[in-house]
Each structure stands twice: as C-alpha cells, then as structure tokens.
Design a protein around this ligand. Structure first.
Ligand SMILES: N[C@@H](CCOP(=O)(O)O)C(=O)O
Length: 486
C-alpha cells in the first residue's frame, strides 16, 4: 500500500518512508492512497487479544514491513508496560461504554501509539537503509511529550525533542516532562502556546534546504505527533478491539452501528475512529468534543474553519489547540482525494486565518456532529459523574461526557476516556470542591477521596529530580535545536 500527501504535490511513498519522513515534503500529511482490504470477521475478532488485532491492522496498513517485523514491534509495544492484559479496559454507564486508554506508562491515550512508533521508526530506518540519526520533533500540549519520551527514551539512533507551552500544561504533566531521565531526551518550554510550537515544528519538518543540511551531518527530522501516520494507525486498533468486545459482552450484535465520542484537540484520535470506519467499523455518528477552543465545533456547524480567535488556556489543556492538524486528512477524503482543494484550504488558513469548505466536501461530513464544553461544564461533569456513578473521569473525558449528553445521540456509544484523572489531580479536586492541594499532596488527596490507588507510573514522580528547565520563545526553536543537537 502506498501513501500520498493530502496536498497532492509530493511523491508517493511506502509506509516505512511515510513514518520516517513524518510529514510530506509539500507540507501535507501522508494518507493511504486507498483503504486496505480487510475482512473484519467479528465472530473471530471478539475472541482475539489486543495484540492479535494490532497485528491485523498493522499488517494491513504497514505492508512493506514483514510479518516478523510487525510481530516483533507488537510484542515490544503491548507488553508488561501496560497495567491491563489487553492494553485498554472498559467502564459501563448505561448505553455508554468508556474506552479507558490510559493504562500505559504515561497515563494517556498517546501511549497506545507511542509505545509502537519508536519500533516502527527504527525498523523503517533499517528498511530504508539509513544510518542517519533521527531527531524526533514533538510539539505537545501536555500528553504527547511525555508519551513520546517514554517511547523514544534511550532508543538507539534517535534524539527526542519536546516543546511545550510553559503556561499550558497541568502540574503533573509538567513534572513528568521536566523529570525525564533518558539521555536522548530534550525538553524545552516555550513562551507561546501549542499552536506556536506545532507551527514551528511543521515548518522545520517540511523545510527541504534544512533537510539537505541535516543529511550532510548524518541527521534527519521526523515527528512523534499525530501528523505522523505511524501515530494514527495504532489508534485504529482500539476502536476495532472495543467493538469486538462490545459484541462479546452482548451489548451489540455484529454489524450494529455505534456512536463514537472523542475529546478532540489535534483531531488524530477521532480521525483514527473514522479510519476504522473506512475499513469496516459500523459507526452511526462521530461526536467531536471540544473545550472552549471550539474551532472544530464552529467548523462542523458552519463549514467555516476560523482560527482567528483568542487562544484559551483551559482546565482540559491537552485540547488547547486552534489549528487542528488532522482535519486536513479528513477533508482530503471528504473532497474525493482532491489535493489541490486541500492545498487551497491550507494556504488560506496560513495566509488569512480561515477557509470555507465547499458544499460537496461538506456534504460528506454528515456523520460528524460537534459541540463543546466550557470549563465550568467540565468541572460540573466531573462532579456529577463521580456523585451519580462513583466513577472519576479526567477533564478531557469530561468534555466528551458533557458533549455526549448535549448531542443527544442514542444507542450504544463508545467514549474515548483519554487520560487518567490522576494526571489532572488538581482540576479533579477543584471539581469536587476540595481545597486546592498541588503536586504529591493532590495525588494523595485524590487517592483518599476516590478510594483508588495512585497509579504506580506516577507514585514517585515528585521524588524525581528536575532535569529540564529550559524556557525559550517559540521563534528560537531552530536556534535551540542547532545549539542542543547539531
Ligand atoms: N493533545 C496533544 C497535542 C498534540 O497532539 P498530537 O496528537 O498531534 O500529538 C498533547 O497532549 O500533546
């Protein structure tokens, strides 16, 4: 299977090249040229393990990797580092099934892909016979950075560099990043917001002259963000696995439609659900849940994408994003794979800060419904769900839970529970109207109040020394890389 750029101006590549490049040279994102043909035999799938399903999906999408390479990658990615035998787990609330994606090393859904990506990347480098050192550039609003370092930490032939907004992550997320101990990890706070970091990183990744200079030094950039197709494909797996498990539990029959609710920032997670639907997952509605940075809500309601608005730092910080990269991939398919149309939208977004999607393309988005939650609604939802069902959710999952109710979708529904409440202990305690403890005290208090254990992954987080304190302006990203790495 081949991969093409959403902007239609870059050469077609194999899966391993797409993973290694991270982004296409025309600034577009790699997408499959056509959907792989997979038979989803639910009666067989419902008895299979998470690793079995991951193997099926990886084999189909990454078809220039050998069966034994994929087996080896899956074995390393979905082993003992997970607190659940099958990577994810489920929590039921009537018709709603929470798909808990946060039982990995850094307590967020990003781990699912980022435990696999480093192994995909090194196998891809071998396949492409490159001995270049791969510098993984990562922009983060809190979760991707730590997950990327957990995956890439001390992986030979790689350096991992993470840029996060100084004022835009939770205390626990910041502590996780600043205490990272891997020798190949570089963590840099920026004075701007996530969009500033992501824009700088995407510009560097698509800079051909810079790529030539790096090549001469035996270096190559790639990405750990969801702009990398190697981040998206592993996320398809959990939607397929969840559906199979819902059949096994007798909640649905094979072929029944479900709704999928996804708290959304960079649009990667909901796009993975859409990709799953393109290979056979029966989905009635995709519910796109945003926080007060509600650019996607407006887009799906009006067909106008307008980033010209205040950037809000909210209590669901991982979703504080106004330029939602992966929407480009959805529009590519909605436009009938029209690279020129996508190029026009992206140029308008860059130059004017907005674009209006054409009527035919918009008509192909009818399965998407979008709404948003304010910070107060997030807090109220955390409290309401805890009070009424004795289940503690994190602020991002709360965005999804609030929006689920507002959209009024009916029937069996899967909601992506994207992070552990412990990652946002302060916000959860505030929602419970508890005194505002912070750091370790907040973790202890949340454990007492909920009667749950502090996840082992962060139990000693606040005993670790701070190793990364660099703070720069986002305009200094290239200079910082030159100083730190090349
Ligand atoms: N929510 C993310 C922002 C980056 O998104 P990604 O999925 O493209 O890596 C974060 O927490 O860093």
């Amino acid at each position: 299977m081949k991969y093409v750029s959403t902007r239609g101006q870059a050469p077609t590549v194999t899966a391993s090249q797409a993973i290694l490049n991270g982004i296409a040279p025309d600034g577009g994102l790699y997408v499959p040229e056509k959907w792989p043909e997979i038979t989803l035999d639910w009666s067989a799938l419902k008895t299979q393990t998470y690793a079995d399903l991951a193997t099926l999906i990886f084999d189909a999408f990454f078809d220039d990797f050998s069966v034994s390479e994929i087996d080896c990658i899956i074995e390393k990615a979905y082993g003992k580092q997970w607190q659940r035998d099958n990577v994810v787990s489920f929590h039921k609330e009537n018709n709603l099934t929470y798909l808990e994606l946060f039982h990995g090393p850094t307590l967020a859904f990003k781990d699912v892909a980022l435990q696999a990506l480093p192994h995909l990347m090194t196998a891809a480098a071998k396949k492409q016979a490159t001995s270049d050192k791969i510098i993984i550039l990562t922009a983060t609003s809190g979760d991707t950075g730590t997950a990327a370092m957990s995956g890439f930490g001390d992986v030979p032939q790689t350096e991992i560099v993470v840029f996060y907004p100084e004022e835009g992550v939770s205390a626990i997320q910041k502590q996780q990043m600043q205490t990272e101990s891997a020798d190949n990890a570089h963590v840099v706070a920026i004075t701007g917001n996530f969009d500033d970091a992501q824009k700088a990183v995407k510009t560097l990744l698509a800079d051909d002259n810079l790529a030539q200079d790096l090549k001469a030094k035996g270096l190559k950039f790639s990405s750990a963000n969801s702009i990398n197709i190697g981040r998206l494909v592993p996320q398809i797996v959990y939607y397929i696995y969840a559906y199979a498990q819902m059949i096994k539990a007798g909640e649905i029959q094979a072929g029944d439609d479900i709704n999928v609710v996804v708290p959304t920032g960079n649009f990667g997670n909901v796009l993975a659900a859409y990709y799953a639907s393109q290979i056979g997952l029966p989905v009635k509605q995709f519910v796109v849940a945003s926080n007060e940075n509600n650019v996607l809500t407006d887009f799906f309601e009006t067909g106008i994408y307008n980033r010209k608005r205040d950037f809000k730092v909210t209590n669901a910080p991982a979703m504080d994003i106004l330029v939602s990269s992966n929407l480009e991939r959805l529009l590519y398919f909605a436009s009938g794979q029209n690279g020129d149309e996508i190029q026009t939208y992206m140029t308008e977004l860059l130059e004017k800060g907005e674009y209006v999607v054409n009527a035919d393309t918009r008509a192909n988005l009818s399965k998407f419904v979008a709404k948003f939650a304010t910070q107060t609604q997030v807090s109220d939802t955390i409290k309401k769900i805890a009070d009424t069902t004795n289940y503690t959710i994190d602020p991002h999952t709360a965005v999804g839970r609030y929006v689920y109710e507002q959209t009024g979708v009916t029937g069996p529904t899967l909601i992506a529970a994207t992070a552990s409440p412990y990652k946002f202990a302060e916000t959860v305690l505030q929602a419970f109207n508890m005194a505002t403890d912070s750091g370790q005290a907040a973790l202890n208090r949340l454990s007492e109040v909920t009667g749950t254990d502090i996840p082992v992954q962060i139990a000693t987080l606040f005993n670790q020394p701070i190793r990364h304190k660099k703070l720069i302006d986002s305009k200094e990203i290239l200079a910082t890389l030159q100083h730190e790495i090349f």
